[in-house]
Design a protein around this ligand. Structure first.
Ligand code: NG1
Ligand code: ZN
Length: 541
């Protein structure tokens, strides 16, 4: 520890902490890039501790601020199986990030390593990557300073999407085991997904092309790279038209394009020039979110968001379950948050007859709940999600003996999707191909997909209050237990609206309370949202 002490103190002096309080939230640390130097350095120290604690298993560190503006950046850690950092360690990250001086930082580091019984002589292995933000290179250098100070082994994977880094972490830690996830390289990532896609598309054809808006981020070059591994369109492959892929000008990132823009603005990126009925999709800045959309023949915009991807995927797996003869042996279900459109939840429970679990906001909660199913489909409405398979599901799928050519076909499609789907984390590139496979199998275009059910009109409002901390949510964030009496006022109001539903919760990523409302008509949804927002405002002064 003494050698570590000198090294940490010396290195930390080069990364002084600015004023302010930092918090490792649902998306790691995220803020203006010029405030992040010390934070990234300190998260680097924690990554080393985490790896040592796990006997040298490789920990991932991603430098990205996802859909945030170009001047922001962020950092988050990836656990050995490619999952988000274990929750108790988020607090440790916050502790290190807020130590007021170099000495205090070392003291906090030493206390953590002793409290957590970390053997400091264990090896430490860390891999890292970044999105296309201009600030990423300098922040990666701050990280290397931390890794060098503690003599950790590391690999810089440079530009990657967030899900690619998750893939690499999982592939490294499972290498040579019976659960090996794939070859440890970017090429291995493309090959695994592309092989799954080609197998799933045998004898099938996508309808026309898909236009993909890459948010002017890292997804652009990576999607282009992936298309090299996919068969060309006339061989049953896919015709992808990449737009919004300017990564030369970092100021263009997420501006007037990308999944968050399309979802919140409910319109196509102006520069994508979508034509009527063209199938379009948008990724976010680090390519872990995906939404689809199209303009109909009367120029009306239609969004096919995370709820739509979840329902489409769940219906397809239910079909495959029946067609393969595995339906009775695998339990399937869908995980959503309170932000899922009520019509989607109803469609899943009533039409698909599948169970739905509602969890708190943040994909780690959804991912965790999805492990309760053999085939668990989870998506946030904003387009972040994936499908996960239990060990039992994989076993059943692999050993099942088909009794007919139709069963064999369905089984082969299931196997191919296990390879195509990134089970470590929601992955826009993998999800894009998944949707394309399903549409091709169902022989659907975007209109047929939209026709499955009608979304309830809804409205999301952001309310600024003095202290969002007083708003305490319970019941998967659908109810407020504090301030006292606020929930009764909301309930009384909601009761007056046909198909009304509304809730308020403190945001985990912004200093605000979010109010969501849906109702039978656009006018009622807007009115309900405005009235609930007024209640929140009243309690928030
Ligand atoms: P908050 O700010 O806690 O509502 C937002 C998104 C989440 C999730 C996180 C992490 C909404 C309403 N909320 O959380 O779904 O993506 O950011 O990025 O979209
Ligand atoms: Zn993202």
């Amino acid at each position: 520890m003494d050698a570590d002490k000198d090294n940490i103190l010396e290195a930390s002096a080069r990364h002084p902490k600015p004023a302010g309080n930092f918090q490792y939230g649902t998306a790691g640390f995220r803020m203006k890039a010029n405030l992040l130097d010390s934070v990234v350095f300190r998260v680097g120290l924690l990554a080393v501790l985490r790896s040592k604690k796990l006997n040298g298993q490789t920990i991932g560190l991603m430098i990205t601020a996802s859909h945030n503006p170009p001047e922001d950046n962020g950092v988050k850690l990836v656990d050995p199986m490619g999952e988000m950092l274990e929750q108790t360690w988020e607090t440790h990250a916050t502790t290190l990030a807020n130590a007021p001086s170099d000495e205090a930082l070392f003291a906090a580091f030493a206390k953590l390593s002793s409290d957590l019984k970390v053997r400091m002589d264990s090896p430490a292995r860390v891999i890292f990557a970044r999105d296309t933000r201009a600030s990423g290179i300098t922040l990666a250098a701050s990280l290397v300073d931390a890794l060098d100070a503690l003599k950790a082994e590391y690999t810089d994977y440079k530009l990657q999407t967030t899900p690619q880094l998750h893939y690499l972490v999982r592939a490294i830690n499972t290498k040579g085991t019976p659960h090996a996830y794939g070859e440890v390289s970017e090429k291995g990532y493309y090959e695994k997904i592309a092989d799954g896609f080609k197998l799933a598309m045998k004898h099938r054809q996508t309808k026309g092309h898909v236009v993909v808006d890459c948010a002017n981020g890292v997804g652009g070059p990576k999607l282009r790279e992936m298309t090299k591994y996919l068969a060309s369109a006339n061989e049953g492959g896919i015709d992808i038209k990449v737009v919004c892929d300017d990564v030369v000008n970092p100021q263009a990132l997420n501006v007037q394009c990308g999944a968050d823009f399309v979802k919140t603005q409910q319109r196509a990126p102006p520069s994508s020039k979508a034509s009527p009925l063209e199938r379009c999709a948008s990724l976010d800045g680090d390519a872990d979110r995906l939404v689809y959309y199209f303009i109909d023949s009367s120029n009306t915009f239609h969004l096919l968001d995370g709820d739509r991807i979840a329902t489409l995927t769940a219906s397809f797996f239910a079909d495959l379950g029946r067609a393969s003869g595995l339906i009775d042996r695998l339990n399937m279900g869908v995980v959503q948050t309170a932000y899922a459109n009520g019509a989607s939840t109803r469609y899943i429970t009533e039409n698909l007859q599948l169970p739905v679990i509602c969890t708190n906001t943040g994909v780690k909660h959804l991912h965790h709940a999805a492990t309760r199913f053999d085939i668990g489909v989870y998506f946030e409405a904003n387009g972040h999600g994936t499908v996960i398979f239990s060990a039992k599901a994989i076993k059943e799928i692999n050993r099942h003996e088909p009794r007919s050519p139709a069963q064999a076909d369905a089984l082969e499609t299931m196997k191919s999707l296990v390879a195509l789907i990134n089970q470590a984390v929601g992955d826009a590139l993998s999800d894009l191909l998944l949707v394309e496979v399903i549409l091709a199998h169902k022989n659907w275009g975007v209109q047929e997909w939209l026709n499955t059910y009608v979304d309830l009109p809804n409205r999301l409002v952001r309310v600024e209050v003095r202290d969002r901390g007083i708003f305490k949510a319970v019941d998967a964030e659908r109810k407020l237990e504090a301030p006292l009496n606020i929930q009764k006022e909301i309930d009384d109001l909601v009761g007056k609206y046909s198909k009304g539903r509304s809730f308020a919760r403190a945001s985990g990523t912004e200093d605000a309370v979010r109010v969501y409302a849906e109702a039978a008509t656009r006018g009622e949804a807007d009115e309900l949202a405005a009235k609930v927002a007024a209640i929140v405002q009243k309690y928030g002064v």
